[in-house]
Design a protein around this ligand. Structure first.
Ligand SMILES: Cc1ncc(COP(=O)(O)O)c(C=O)c1O
Length: 386
């Protein structure tokens, strides 16, 4: 018998990979499901980006292997993006690495820095891939709490009390998903000091910095960050290019070259037209984001209405591509998600998939048209059939 590796015994199929099959099945049966579960932007990418993509398919050499570090002009655009939006200087030759999405980056960073038995601090609730990558590398997962009482920020005093001797890496994610909590620079500064004092690589996963945020944040705005931090960024949500698979990693030259060592052995450079189109996107100005955010604001207002009808509380100061809503009844997150799916044909994400601290929450995506959201609101207001 051919058995899978031991590390896979511990790893479950990604929640959405499984659940979306069920949703597709229900749709096939004729159920008019509206998907508020997943954060896959439905709005069109910038027009010029698509044109650039098409044009580049005709360029000489477009179908050849590409450099592992990507085109010079792509890295330059990534650095310009940091300069323009975050006021952070990044060296295009040594401090940035294009990636096939930040999800790839989570795996590559884990491979570059973790030995078997090393421990990793993973947020609860948090993006499930941090856990999965940790387990796949036989590293030890230490989940740390994010709670509403603590404004969803890591409690540094509680972290200091842990046995940190084996901790090598800590994942953070600001602006935060799923909670939508914006960054608190003072608290993060404290966390950087904690990471430095304990030789912990602090990785900020930053794909939501442009969505509904007032302040455009990068961890490298903070003092001492370049000594101990890496930051992942992504074009998926900022430019409606999730299917493009373009992200990037920013950090000091030593950290970047460690990750490049893994990446250059695992894959090759991105498809040339995608790199050209990504360059075009990164060079767009603030007007692009403002226009997107106007649409997200309209959608969010309807989601807030839906939440009120369902007796769910929301934080109206939250940012990002989701609404994280607290259940005020005794219903569990899964029970509410199932009720909405099977009785109202609405798919939402139960907070538990992000960890036990999500047990009283559900997450609504803003990647759904105003028309569909209004339809959801009608379905919710309609009396249940008996
Ligand atoms: C917190 C977080 N990190 C990373 C990702 C993955 O982004 P990418 O498309 O760049 O791989 C997501 C996607 O939903 C996310 O929510």
């Amino acid at each position: 018998m051919i058995s899978v590796s031991n590390r896979l015994q511990e790893t479950k199929e990604y929640y959405f990979s499984k659940k979306l099959r069920e949703v597709a099945q229900l749709k096939k049966q004729g159920k008019p499901i509206i998907n508020l579960g997943i954060g896959s932007p439905d709005l069109a990418p910038p027009k010029g980006v698509v044109e650039e993509l098409m044009k580049a398919t005709q360029a000489p050499g477009a179908y050849q292997y590409q450099a592992y570090k990507g085109l010079d002009e792509l890295r330059e655009a990534m650095c310009d993006f940091y300069k323009t939006h975050y006021k952070v200087n990044v060296d295009q030759d040594q401090e940035v690495l294009p990636l096939m999405g930040s999800k790839e980056g989570i795996a590559l960073i884990s491979m570059a820095f973790l030995n078997e038995g090393d421990a990793v601090l993973v947020p609860n609730p948090g993006y499930p891939t941090y856990q999965a990558a940790t387990k796949l590398l036989n590293a030890r997962l230490i989940s740390y709490n994010l709670t509403e009482d603590h404004s969803w920020h890591p409690d540094v005093e509680a972290l200091k009390k842990l046995d940190l001797s084996k901790v090598k890496l800590m994942w953070i994610n600001y602006p935060n998903m799923p909670t939508g909590e914006p960054v608190n620079k003072q608290k993060l500064q404290e966390l950087i000091r904690f990471a430095k004092a304990n030789d912990i690589l602090l990785v900020n996963d930053n794909p939501y910095s442009m969505v509904l945020t007032d302040e455009k944040f990068s961890i490298f705005q903070l003092e001492g960050a370049s000594d101990v931090c890496l930051e992942l960024n992504s074009l998926s949500k900022s430019f409606n290019l999730a299917g493009f698979r373009v992200g990037f990693l920013v950090g000091n030259p030593e950290f970047i070259s460690a990750v490049l060592k893994v990446k250059s052995n695992m894959d090759s450079g991105m498809f040339f037209p995608i790199q050209k189109a990504a360059t075009k996107a990164l060079n767009l100005d603030l007007a692009w984001f403002e226009q997107q955010n106007e649409i997200y604001k309209q959608r969010r207002a309807i989601v807030w209405d839906i939440c009120e009808s369902l007796d769910l509380s929301v934080n109206t100061n939250a940012v990002g591509l989701f609404v994280w809503a607290k259940i005020n009844s005794s219903l569990s997150a899964e029970a509410l998600a199932d009720e909405l799916l099977y009785e109202r044909d609405i798919f939402v994400t139960p907070g538990t998939i992000f960890g036990s601290n999500g047990a009283n929450y559900v997450r609504f995506s803003l990647c759904v048209s105003v028309e569909d959201l209004k339809l959801c609101r009608e379905r919710i207001l309609k009396p249940k059939s008996v």
